[in-house]
Design a protein around this ligand. Sequence first.
Ligand SMILES: C[S@@+](CC[C@H](N)C(=O)[O-])C[C@H]1O[C@@H](n2cnc3c(N)ncnc32)[C@H](O)[C@@H]1O
Length: 330
Amino acid sequence: MVFDHTQTMNWSRGVGQEAASSQDGDRLEDTEESGLSDALGLLHIEIDCETAGKFGGDGEEILHSKNVLRKQRNWERKLAAKRSKRRGEKLRRRQRRAEASGDAGAAADSLQDSKRVLKVNARERLAQARVTGPRLCVDLSVAVCMSPKEISRLAGQIGRLYGSNRRARKPFHLFLTDLKEDSLLYRECQRMNDGFLRYAIDITEDSFLDLFPQESVIYLTPDAEQALEYVEPDKVYVLGGLVDESVQKKITYLRARDGGVPSARLPISEYMVKKTNAKNYHSKILAINQVFDILLTFCDTGSWAVALGEGIPPGKGYIIRTDDTPQIDH
Ligand SMILES: C[S@@+](CC[C@H](N)C(=O)[O-])C[C@H]1O[C@@H](n2cnc3c(N)ncnc32)[C@H](O)[C@@H]1O
């Protein structure tokens, strides 16, 4: 359940560095933030004391330090969200003042500010999502089944998934689990995605099975029997980090079953029908970023018909079922 030291650093840096690069001289001007940072410093000291032998049994000690780390992470997230919000408010105030003053120089600054406001807004939403957002995890333990070419494609899809989350009105709290620092995938993620190490994503070498309670997990897999009905705030939705050009069936279905967690598929059969096409090609298997876009749209609109209609690429051979659509067996 614990992020190892480097990964915790990585995670903190994700929020911290993005925030730091945006500060542009807006240092920690208010004492409340500095106060919180000091308190955070104290918390680090407490962790050292508590894990340095206060507990006898190994299991108990590990459990305790995991709890302390979890609390620390929550606190850091809240702090980052608060900072981000305050910075956004400051920029928006400045922009409103510039617009009201009507001077040309100020207007140009204001345009610059609008771009910054958009960035800061995105950062604010992402920071908030890490405190209260629905959770989505990409399980990269299955990445070992892939060729180097597929691994590169997966790295690109992770970048696109993150881009969608940045732009989303209601982003998710994202996790990448089982991402080994010495793996080709880790290197490809950095090569293909600018600023990957600063992404507002929690990255860990641990398994999602160690990170989340089993009962909170729903593994999304095209081979599940159950269709997903809702996206619930207390669940963690897991996607299999797989690009399978050679279509290796049921890898994630079996992974979920062996891990003892329930699985669900997108409700494509419930809302869509096969479209007749020249190639007669029909597939319900999507890339992780496509599945994620569908979940984002569903969270935004509450409608599977809208989310699937917009998110399933026409080439997959499915269209939304309407009252007049001829019913073709799926
Ligand atoms: C390219 S698919 C991999 C399919 C692979 N055969 C498998 O065993 O999962 C990548 C991931 O996107 C998600 N996914 C793709 N299509 C899906 C669908 N129709 N319903 C639910 N999840 C889906 C799953 O998490 C899947 O592991």
